[in-house]
Design a protein around this ligand. Structure first.
Ligand SMILES: *Cc1c(COP(=O)(O)O)cnc(C)c1O
Length: 497
């Protein structure tokens, strides 16, 4: 069966999966969604014995129906290989009375690797399929994590180039080092004299520049984006929910058909939306628990049905969740509006003009699968400290938000279902926050020294991704003013033709 995709803002037009991946965002500004969520056609009993790669094929073939078996398997094998520091790709670890699904064993030790290591392959396959012969140039503005994960994913992928812009003084030392030491002939990293907004608006202007598009077209290039709303990032994220359930079954932690609860540390709403899709595919998930930090727009939304971004933006110790507009929520709004593109468009227009919208009572009823929760900075620190003292397990700040929310939910609701916590980053990536949460006296030490301390107390070796940046050569030194981005892009691409 051929599954087609529609924009959340247009009821008429359909595109294939590969076209949706190539386009990223629909021309009307909407997000691509499958016309229906497909069901798994293998049983959990069968999935139980499968590797991560085999599971990925079973899940992704249902969504990407215009990819051949050979193409899809090639994408999967190229993505989930030795870049990961464990053969199982996404290990399931028992921590006290909960299960942590560790999604941080890829090249940049955060969960974005799960999707960004396969997106380049999906994109180049989609290009071939649609007779795009030009090289694809990925342009990205980053506030830290996405840039590095995209660089690592696209490095040396034939037919692609990637240019990442970051704010010179707006990222952490570790994040900057991770980017400027990136290898790969097709990678470029540029520091902007300005903030993240300048970099982001600059990239947006380049995407909308028709004259530049024509010029690049002559040179054999076309722009694309690795943005988190690309369906090519969402579909690979469904895989690990299916995989985790099957592994719980294999380890006899649950019985066949037994429901579990899943808690996801949430920012842009991509990861938890993938869990919602996994549930609809047939994974026995009861509650989808959406964990926010102090930027708790989503918690308020699930409680009241009102989405309100008009509030103070809080900088927290879980920066990848510091978000007031969760772009992927639009896909859920569209679903609970009964796939009504008109209704969804009205609400999204309100969000744009007023920063606020409210869903109808009928729509709110359809949110029963979700529970919202949040953790303050103190609660997040306490979760790291208490978990370390009671189990010896060290978790990062993002995971700690989810861990705390999961615990409070279980205690308040007296819900004893098995609990899965999605673990999105290695504690090594946020060593300073993690170590000071465990013991305030670490606060005086610098980040790199704390990495060694973390190794001692956690008894898990320093990941390769961290070792590498300690010794690696600086390969990228380009800088430019925010108004010189176009010139810089041309220079980079010209130098290589
Ligand atoms: C991006 C990110 C998140 C948030 O995921 P969304 O899909 O945006 O909700 C959580 N934790 C970490 C470490 C991340 O990098």
């Amino acid at each position: 069966m051929n599954l087609l995709y529609k924009s959340t803002r247009n009821a008429e037009k359909t595109v294939t999966a590969s076209q949706a991946i190539l386009k990223g965002l629909a021309e009307d500004g909407g997000l691509f969604v499958p016309e229906n969520i497909p069901k798994l056609d293998v049983t959990m009993e069968e999935l139980k014995d499968m590797t991560y790669q085999e599971t990925a094929y079973e899940v992704m073939k249902q969504f990407l129906t215009d990819f051949t078996e050979e193409e899809l398997k090639h994408c999967i094998e190229s993505a989930y290989d030795q870049k990961f520091d464990t053969e199982v790709i996404a290990p399931l670890v028992k921590v006290g009375d909960t299960f942590h699904l560790e999604l941080f064993h890829g090249a940049t030790i955060a969960f974005k690797d799960m999707a960004l290591s396969i997106l380049p392959h999906l994109l180049t396959t989609a290009a071939k399929k649609n007779h795009v012969t030009k090289d694809i140039v990925i342009l990205t503005a980053t506030s830290g994590d996405t840039g590095k994960a995209a660089l690592a994913g696209f490095a040396d992928v034939p037919g692609t180039k990637i240019i990442v812009f970051y704010p010179k003084d707006g990222v952490s030392k570790v994040q900057e080092l991770q980017m400027v030491t990136q290898k790969g002939k097709n990678t470029s990293v540029v520091a902007i004299h300005g903030n993240f907004d300048n970099a982001q608006s600059g990239v947006k202007a380049l995407f909308e520049d028709k004259a530049l598009e024509e010029e690049l077209d002559k040179d054999g290039y076309q722009f694309s984006s690795a943005n988190s709303i690309n369906i090519g990032r969402l579909v690979p994220q469904v895989v690990y929910y299916v995989y985790a359930y099957a592994k719980l079954l294999e380890n006899e932690e649950i019985q066949s058909g037994e429901q579990i609860n899943v808690t996801v540390p949430t920012g842009n709403f991509g990861n938890i939306l993938a869990a919602y899709y996994a549930k609809q595919m047939g994974v026995p998930i009861a509650k989808l628990i959406c964990a926010s930090n102090e930027n708790k727009v989503l918690f308020d939304f699930f409680k009241t049905g009102k989405y309100d971004r008009n509030r103070e933006f809080v900088l927290t110790s879980s920066p990848s969740m510091d978000i007031l507009i969760s772009s992927n929520l639009e896909r859920l709004i569209y679903a609970i509006a009964g796939q009504d593109a008109k209704k969804n468009t009205e609400l999204m227009e309100l969000l744009k003009t007023e920063g606020y919208y409210e869903i109808t009572p009928e729509m709110k009823e359809k949110l029963n699968d979700f529970v919202g929760g949040y953790a303050s900075e103190e609660e997040t620190e306490a979760a790291i400290r208490e978990t370390y003292h009671s189990t010896g397990y060290v978790m990062d700040t993002h995971t700690a938000v989810a861990s705390r929310v999961c615990k409070v939910y279980r205690e308040n609701i007296k819900d004893n279902k098995k609990a899965l916590v999605i673990s999105t980053a290695s504690p090594y990536k946020f060593a300073k926050s993690v170590m000071t949460a465990i013991d305030g006296s670490y606060g005086t030490m610098d980040e790199l020294a704390l990495i060694d301390e973390l190794e001692k107390i956690s008894q898990t070796p320093v990941p390769k991704a961290i070792e590498e940046i300690r010794n690696a050569a600086i390969l990228h030194t380009k800088e430019c003013n925010a108004d010189e981005m176009k010139k810089t892009v041309k220079e980079i691409l010209r130098a290589e033709v």
